[in-house]
Write a protein that binds this ligand. Structure first.
Ligand code: ADP
Ligand code: ZN
Ligand code: ZN
Length: 740
């Protein structure tokens, strides 16, 4: 039988390439399988089969054959293939880019040491065949005992047969292959996070019941579980999984950055021992591949993972949970596909007819808008699950204070002192690492900047270095100002290093430590610090947003937000939302145990709404104010954004191309009212230069996604987008999470 296969490669090119089925292949392989084939000027590239055909428009004489087929059965199956097509279309990338993001394991094929043979569906029939060769019979005899599982090496040794015999039996379905059940072990460090089921409170019961009913009815439904910090959202998720399991359905749980919140994954693994696979980027590639294969083989019904786990090959998916759905880490910024895992999860839910539950203490404006538009059903947990109330939050106005209180107010010092004397713990939160935010010349007033980015360098006292937090550029401490050669340079602003120095000098006998990206570079150090904190071996913990996420530490009485407006001083339209969310999250770490919590918010801008609403734990008020501003400005959730970014190492080229793109956009925009689709730009990005490239952007704010798509698909624009001029990059970011 002849046939052709269409293949895509990991390349921004949107085309499919046609190959001829080699005669040696008995059948056409299925879409979603990988092949090795000559492509471009490389002899062997991995590609994904997207479709099959019997005929082709190309000259058959010029069509090449692939060299090899990597998968016996597709690694990307039906539903995921459909999901990949949607992503490709929606995020304006290539199918190749999407498929390689969904299955990021290159040419890996099997987990050899993990594979075992078991009885196949035709075991009995083949075994009874009178003409069965003695070798095959011998091999089959080994499996007489039900439940036997053996590796190829074991079969070879015990039955004295070769690979060909085993292959033949596999082919006849007398034997099947299966990954060796390898129960992921629960580490000692994780055990402390295991929690037994608790009696649910009325709100939780209501939420679980509603989700359960929806699961029982089958079909897609979206819920937003809005619960204050510590309201027992995770408990609701765990019970909902129980419901899904009872219906024989599997569950996908997405969480932001597992490496930062080891206790989250541990709670799921602890509650469902041996039935959970964890997929995240902190695992080695081979560990992740093994886990992926086990999921693919249907050996676990629950996957807990970060962003890319949205592609986990679970079958019979009934429930999808997106925890902390507001978290920006769900959006992939580079490379393409620049997808938002929450939104992809919702679409996957529609395809799989699954129930999707988004959870957060501070829902994104988009998700809340969906509730208002009746696309999603609100489930509310207004109170903490334990007997303890939300912590009291107190504002500390930092204006007009003596220099000694530059970092820590006297109020905060007293509260720390008091907490120490109670034998309890404090968290000091500042979302800025390093010692000083910049070095500034006192003569010419210039601050030292990165050579590759338009940002100031941060001074780190540990190794006396100046570092760029965007590109990683490092340089030593300069002796003189690079602009005017003056030696009079001073440090300005402070980061976590300086906060730690300050508390160490105020409280020399307390055990204080710092947790941020700089100290957690080393594998496992993050877990170690948190584990010691949990055991009470640290009194004062200074940290960046690493301390804001998901920590449930009963010994924490006090949280000090060292400088509340750090997140506000960012030129991004989501700055207020992020700031509110961060404040709420970090405040939520206090008072989770027996003792009432206290949160002190030090601020120079106490009247900003994202600060005063956070002080009152008033999400709804924040949302109303923020939503009104966004409406006035024509920004999400009232519009859908698309960012068209131009980058070049040559400043003029970036500007030139941005203006040219603007011209091209004008064409398809003709006749569309600005209230339907508005263009903002072209303007230099707030981060005008990054990693040595100059950046410009054009923002499209449109009423709906379709118009956006329509504009992008105009022929001239498309042509340019696919073939940008040399030395430039064109980046399309659909629903950008940040426009810096
Ligand atoms: P969230 O995910 O909303 O922050 P968690 O599910 O982590 O909240 O719950 C916070 C704490 O409250 C956990 O220690 C959890 O074991 C406990 N908890 C949850 N539900 C209940 C309940 N119904 N009764 C008592 N404690 C509960
Ligand atoms: Zn100078
Ligand atoms: Zn830089």
């Amino acid at each position: 039988m002849s046939g052709y296969i269409q293949v895509v490669f990991n390349h921004p090119l949107r085309d499919e390439f046609t190959y001829r089925k080699p005669d040696a292949w008995d059948e056409l392989p299925l879409p979603g399988s990988r092949i090795l084939a000559p492509f471009s000027n490389r002899p062997r590239q991995i590609g994904f089969i997207t479709s099959l055909s019997n005929t082709t428009d190309y000259d058959p004489a010029r069509i090449k054959e692939p060299d090899d087929l990597l998968d016996e059965s597709p690694v990307i199956t039906g539903n995921l293939m459909e999901l990949a097509r949607w992503i490709t279309d929606y995020y304006f990338c290539s199918m190749g880019e999407t498929l390689f993001a969904a299955f990021p394991f290159g040419s890996r094929t099997s987990v050899r040491q993990e594979q075992v043979y078991i009885c196949g569906p035709s075991y009995e029939t083949v075994h009874k065949q009178p003409k069965l060769s003695p070798k095959r019979r011998q091999a089959l005899e080994l499996f007489a005992e039900p439940g036997t599982a053996m590796s190829a090496a074991e079969i070879k040794e015990k039955a004295g047969v070769g690979v060909a015999v085993i292959k033949a039996l596999l082919h006849e379905n007398a034997l099947s292959l299966r990954a060796r059940p390898n129960q992921p072990r629960i580490s000692e460090a994780e055990k402390q996070y295991q929690t037994p089921p608790v009696d649910l409170n009325a709100d939780q019961v209501q939420a679980v019941r509603t989700i359960g009913n929806s699961l029982g009815m089958g079909g897609y439904h979206q819920f937003l579980l809005h619960g204050v910090t510590g309201s027992g959202k995770t408990e609701v998720f765990l019970r909902s999984i129980d419901e899904a399991l009872a219906l024989g359905k599997s569950t996908l749980v997405l969480v932001p950055e597992i490496a930062l919140t080891p206790q989250t994954a541990a709670r799921y693994r602890g509650r469902f021992p041996g039935r959970v696979e964890v997929l995240h980027s902190g695992l080695s590639q081979s560990r992740r591949f093994e886990a992926w294969m086990r999921v693919r083989a249907g050996e676990v019904p629950i996957v807990v993972g970060t962003r890319s786990a949205v592609f986990a090959p679970l079958e019979n998916l009934g429930l999808i949970i997106v925890d902390e759905e507001h978290d920006p880490s769900y959006k992939q910024s580079d490379p393409a596909p620049r997808y938002h895992a929450r939104d992809v999860a919702c679409y996957r839910g529609m395809i799989e007819k699954a129930v999707v539950v988004l959870g957060s203490a501070t829902p994104s404006l988009e998700s809340y808008e969906n509730v208002l538009r009746k696309k999603s059903t609100l489930l509310h947990l207004p109170q903490r699950a334990t007997a303890h109330a939300l912590p009291q939050i107190e504002l500390v106005d930092m204006r007009h204070r003596p220099p000694t209180e530059r970092i820590l107010s006297s109020r905060a010092r007293d509260a720390i002192e008091e907490t120490l004397s109670m034998g309890l713990q404090s968290i000091l939160f500042l979302n800025r690492r390093g010692h000083s935010t910049q070095l500034q010349c006192r003569d010419c007033g210039k601050a030292l900047e990165c050579q590759h980015c338009s940002v100031t360098l941060v001074w780190h006292s540990r190794d006396r270095s100046l570092r760029c937090h965007h590109c990683g550029y490092v340089q030593g401490e300069p002796e003189a100002c690079p602009y005017c050669r003056s030696a009079w340079i001073r440090a300005r602003g402070f980061g976590t290093e300086q906060v730690l120095e300050t508390i160490a000098s105020f409280f020399p006998s307390a055990r204080s430590e710092r947790i941020d990206l700089d100290v957690t570079q080393e594998q496992g150090s993050h877990d170690r610090i948190l584990s010691r904190f949990r055991k009470g071996e640290i009194d004062l913990l200074v940290g960046t947003q690493m301390v804001s996420k998901g920590l449930d530490m009963p010994g924490v009485r006090l949280v000090v937000v060292v400088q509340a407006e750090t997140a506000l001083n960012v030129a991004d339209f989501r700055a207020s939302e992020r700031s509110f969310s961060l404040l709420t999250q970090v405040a939520g770490r206090a008072g989770r145990g027996e003792h009432p919590g206290l949160v002190l918010v030090q601020s120079y801008a106490p009247s900003h709404y994202s600060i005063f609403t956070a002080l009152r734990h008033d999400y709804l008020a924040f949302r109303r104010i923020e939503s009104r501003f966004r409406k006035q400005l024509g920004l999400p959730p009232h519009t859908r954004l698309l960012n068209l970014r131009v980058e070049s190492e040559i400043a003029e080229k970036a500007e030139e191309l941005a203006k040219e793109m603007m011209q091209l956009i004008q064409q398809p925009l003709k006749g569309i009212a600005p209230s339907i689709c508005r263009v903002i730009g072209p303007t230099p990005c707030p981060l005008e230069k990054l990693l040595g490239r100059w950046r410009w952007q054009i923002l499209l704010a449109s009423r709906d996604g379709k118009i956006r798509q329509q504009i992008l698909n105009s022929p001239e624009l498309r042509e340019k987008l696919l073939k940008p001029p040399s030395k430039t990059r064109l980046i399309i970011d659909v629903d950008p999470i940040s426009v810096l």
